[in-house]
Design a protein around this ligand. Structure first.
Ligand code: 5GP
Ligand code: MG
Ligand code: MG
Length: 191
């Protein structure tokens, strides 16, 4: 009930068509994912290495890391995928790589959203080439039935409809990342 501090209509009048996941629902889901992952990695002697993908996963990474009850280390990668502003092509370039040696480590990739899955599929191949002990994925959002490649995503927050969403880290043209909820962008904004 205290969530209405940020009024999207005050800032983004009419640009957000509707909210699909509220701040409260996000918070509950992050806690649930944190518990699951903590339980699964409780017996891992080596620290879990979270690999967040800039920029979209930053909000989720920050909240998720604090929902864990196991120690972690954090790395961030920046990738550029060629494509239009609302789709991706699968051709990926690393703009910022991991700083540490990940060989023998348990990696958990922290993603904002899986759409075609092309970016993630590329990233998983890259990370596996670094000889970690394991690689798994947690993604806050997934668009079902849209994946053009089969990727094993062990932890998913929400399956959402195939619409372009913004907020909680997700942008359109670098805007809307700061919204504390996830909303559907009014198509008029990008058409
Ligand atoms: P994929 O390679 O799975 O098609 O796309 C992955 C990336 O595309 C995501 O990390 C995100 O940056 C962007 N993306 C895909 N779907 C959406 C969406 O609905 N909204 C926003 N803001 N970005 C998206
Ligand atoms: Mg991403
Ligand atoms: Mg983006």
């Amino acid at each position: 009930a205290q969530d209405a501090v940020f009024d999207p209509d005050a800032w983004y009048a009419g640009q957000i068509e509707r909210t699909i996941i509220t701040e409260e629902e996000l918070r509950a889901k992050v806690a649930e994912l944190g518990e699951r992952v903590s339980a699964d990695f409780a017996d891992t002697t080596d620290e879990l290495l979270l690999v967040g993908v800039f920029k979209g996963a930053v909000m989720f990474m920050a909240d998720f890391a604090r929902a864990l009850t196991v120690p972690v280390k954090m790395e961030f990668m920046a990738l550029s995928s060629y494509g239009s502003s609302t789709t991706s092509s699968g051709t990926v370039r690393i703009l910022k790589d991991i700083d540490s040696d990940v060989a023998g480590k348990h990696i958990l990739v922290v993603e904002d959203i899986i759409d075609s899955g092309l970016t993630l599929s590329w990233l998983l191949k890259y990370l596996e080439g670094l000889r970690p002990a394991s690689v798994s994925v947690v993604s806050m959002l997934r668009k079902p039935g849209v994946q053009r490649v089969d990727i094993p995503v062990k932890y998913v927050g929400f399956d959402i409809p195939n619409e372009f969403v913004v907020g909680y880290g997700l942008d359109y043209a670098e805007r809307y990342r700061e919204l504390p909820f996830i909303g559907v962008l009014n198509p008029e904004v990008y058409q």
